[in-house]
Design a binder for this molecule. Sequence first.
Ligand SMILES: [Zn+2]
Length: 234
Amino acid sequence: MPRMGGTSTHQFTIQSAYRLQHRDIHALEGDWKSLWDWKWPHRIQTFIWLVAQKRILTNFRRSKWRVGISPLCTRCGRDDEITIHVLCECVYATQVWLRLVPSNFITDFFTFDCRNWIFNNISKQGIGGHSTNWKITFMTTCWFMWAWRNKAIFEKNFQQLNNPVLVIQNFAQKIDLCSNQRLHCNFQMKETIYIGWKNPPLKVGLNSIVMVLAKEMENIQVVVTSFVTLNGYG
Ligand SMILES: [Zn+2]
């Protein structure tokens, strides 16, 4: 009879099976708590998580999957398009960072590998010399860098921004403002909404049912719109 490992009695338990399955998986190093402590916008937070996992779809990754795809950076054509190149080392990224990072941090800023670069920047407060904290500026800049890059490659009518740094700073300041208002005003982000169904009048046609539904949805939409406004960019 097979004996189950992972327990002193060699008896099968769900817990022992789970431990056996996961014992060879090592958690990636990094200050993940610092990433998940940052609440909004979630799309940026999720993007940074993908970056730290080295899971964004760069040309270098694509070239590993299929023959005939160049690993080179589509924009500058100088180096392989790996994550750190896209967000930090490409000339399009570097010229933005040079205007955001204070001169006394420049040397350190460009010397980390990708994951350390991410965690080193999101764990620090205060570098950057702006009113918003550096964590917000850094994460926002990375996200814009990726978004603008994709637009430049895939959108025919995309216009290169004249002052991307100003766009980033304004966006980061709004996030910072929203975060502070949330902290100081203590308003509730969650609201319980009871949604019910009322039977339509008897002998009504499909159009009438649709109108009743539309009326119900109208009320819900008001609440959803308010929520989106409060979230701002989420
Ligand atoms: Zn490049």
